[in-house]
Ligand binder design. Structure first.
Ligand code: ZN
Length: 203
């Protein structure tokens, strides 16, 4: 058990406990954040609390690409300037942010919300593959770019999807090597990510 070196009230302890559950926030950081919020102007704390509540209440998944959105369909799916013939498959919504940031890709996306991982018990039914196949069927999509992470799980997922999509007569490409094995797209630098998408190859 993590012990707080400073005795605190139940209310403060509760806040520390909750902050400690966030990724990358250890007990020390949780404590620092809690005391920071305690001293912060009331407005700042309230805005943070409201932002947390509305991100849970107001966001939903886009019915087309399954990205997180306030309005359905999302801004990307609604944008007619985007190339409707390409769909880039990513594991998580954050990966779209990384790819949009480099401004190289102008097609559409599909979010799987995970990757196949037998060791963690994530099977083909647990990620959003069915929705992808339904979407591709009879669509005008002529290229699917597999942008799953270059990890064991990402490669397994790419391989599986390629076997399902190639028979549909759709070109299947994979991000170019250059992203080091084990990296997550979301943490790749812009130059590497730009090279990876521009240099994508038949899979
Ligand atoms: Zn969408």
């Amino acid at each position: 058990m993590n012990q707080n070196p400073v005795p605190t009230t139940d209310t403060v302890s509760k806040l520390i406990q909750e902050l400690n559950k966030l990724p990358g926030i250890g007990p020390k950081s949780a404590q620092r954040l809690a005391y920071y919020l305690l001293r912060a102007p009331e407005d700042q704390a309230r805005l943070l609390a409201e932002a947390i509540i509305s991100v849970k209440q107001k966001t939903k998944l886009c019915s087309i690409c399954l990205n997180i959105t306030d309005a359905d369909p999302c801004l990307i799916c609604r944008n007619e300037q985007r190339d409707q013939s390409k769909v880039c498959i990513v594991e998580q919504p954050q990966d779209i942010l990384a790819l949009e940031h480099i401004k190289t890709y102008n097609g559409l996306y599909h979010v799987l919300h995970g990757a196949i991982s037998p060791t963690e018990g994530v099977g083909t039914e647990d990620i959003r593959i069915k929705e992808l196949l339904q979407r591709l069927e009879g669509s005008s999509v002529n290229e699917v770019i597999l942008a799953t992470n270059p990890t064991l799980e990402g490669e397994t997922t790419a391989m599986y999807l390629s076997k399902l999509i190639t028979p549909l007569g759709i070109r299947v490409t994979r991000l170019a090597r250059g992203l080091p094995f084990g990296t997550e797209l979301e943490y790749a630098d812009d130059v590497t990510l730009t090279r990876a998408i521009e240099g994508r190859q038949e899979f």
